[in-house]
Design a protein around this ligand. Structure first.
Ligand code: PLP
Length: 326
């Protein structure tokens, strides 16, 4: 029996992208987009499917407070805050840095605030210490009489990844013959769930630089979802879009964002979905994705993060075209 809860209505739309397909030299029926950016909670995005399982487990365990970790612009943290608001649970987000750090931008933090979440700023210990700080936050919450439940980083545990086994099955029922599903690989749970539903050969993950060992991370998450073991070598992965590192604007990503926005009115973010689109474009160029094959781009959301990404905001506004009246 599962304790899964509903946090949105399903399925999300699947739409064709004929103008983007043409721009890439593909046929007009070759390219589709699965709109998980339109998931109806808290600004949308892929983390909601995972939270249906992980927050369901928290409620089943009697929790009254959700705790999770991430970067200050974490979409997962924002959606955990939204889920807490929806369910009447307190939320504490553990972020690195200090409240006055200039690199935070605004974006997701605006929404975290509106959802009523509290933030514990963990200082500059680096991402590896974040789990320890979150454990300490949980201990103090317990001393204060609360019943905290820790939601894993990015929502990526085998339990959370079950949300994307369902996402993959939902996609297959909308479009039975899919050759490629292209997805951003962050903490790995989304790709792992898709591999669980669709197999290793159809899922192309585009590494965003968020984890050190992307293939092993996905394989470890996907194994428990299937009856066989998944080896890192069997996964399809592109690592060519990481650039200078996680969160740093990468030129082909900005190009991909402009192409998707300019041909289809689709907004991508510079950290995840823009990288996935840059990976898709590179895969078409090098022949890994070919005309007459059916390719689905999974839009994982991230729009609020675009507005929290100072460099992308400045670059976009500075290249805004003007129109003069004589
Ligand atoms: C977290 C995130 C991803 C990556 O998903 P994982 O399951 O962490 O790999 C992709 N896109 C967006 C917008 C995200 O917030």
């Amino acid at each position: 029996m599962s304790d899964k809860i509903a946090l949105s209505t399903w399925p999300t739309p699947l739409e064709p992208m004929p103008r983007l397909a043409a721009a890439l030299g593909l046929g007009e029926n070759d390219l589709w987009i699965k709109r998980d950016d339109l998931i109806g909670l808290g600004g949308g995005g892929n983390k909601v499917r995972k939270l249906e399982w992980t927050v369901g487990a928290a409620l089943a365990a009697g929790a009254d407070t959700l705790v999770t970790t991430g970067a200050a612009q974490s979409n997962h943290a924002r959606l955990t805050a939204a889920a807490g608001a929806r369910l009447g649970l307190d939320v504490v987000l553990v972020f690195p840095g200090t409240p006055d750090s200039a690199t935070h931008g605004s974006g997701n933090l605006v929404l975290d605030s509106l959802f009523g979440a509290r933030v514990h700023w963990a200082g500059d210990g680096g991402p590896s210490t974040m789990g320890d700080v979150a454990d300490e936050v949980c201990r103090q919450l317990r001393r204060d009489g609360a019943r905290p439940h820790l939601i894993p980083f990015g929502g990526s545990s085998p339990l959370g990844a079950r949300g994307y086994v369902e996402g993959g099955e939902e996609l297959r029922s909308q479009l039975p013959d899919v050759d490629h599903v292209v997805v951003a690989l962050g903490s790995g749970g989304t790709m792992a769930g898709l591999v669980g539903a669709l197999g290793e050969q159809r899922v192309l993950g585009v590494h965003c630089g968020a984890v050190a060992e992307p293939a092993a991370t996905v394989a470890d998450l996907a194994g428990p979802l299937t009856r066989r073991s998944i080896t890192p070598e069997s996964l399809r992965l592109r690592t060519d879009q990481v650039g200078a590192g996680y969160g740093v604007l990468h030129e082909p990503v900005l190009e991909a964002m402009r192409t998707a926005a300019g041909t289809e009115g689709i907004v991508l973010d510079p950290v995840y979905s823009g990288r996935a689109m840059a990976g898709l474009i590179a895969a078409v160029r090098d022949g890994d994705i070919r005309p007459a094959q059916r390719t689905v781009f999974l839009h994982t959301g991230g729009l609020p993060g675009l507005f929290g990404h100072t460099e992308t905001v400045q670059r976009s506004v500075s290249t805004l075209r003007s129109y003069e009246v004589e």
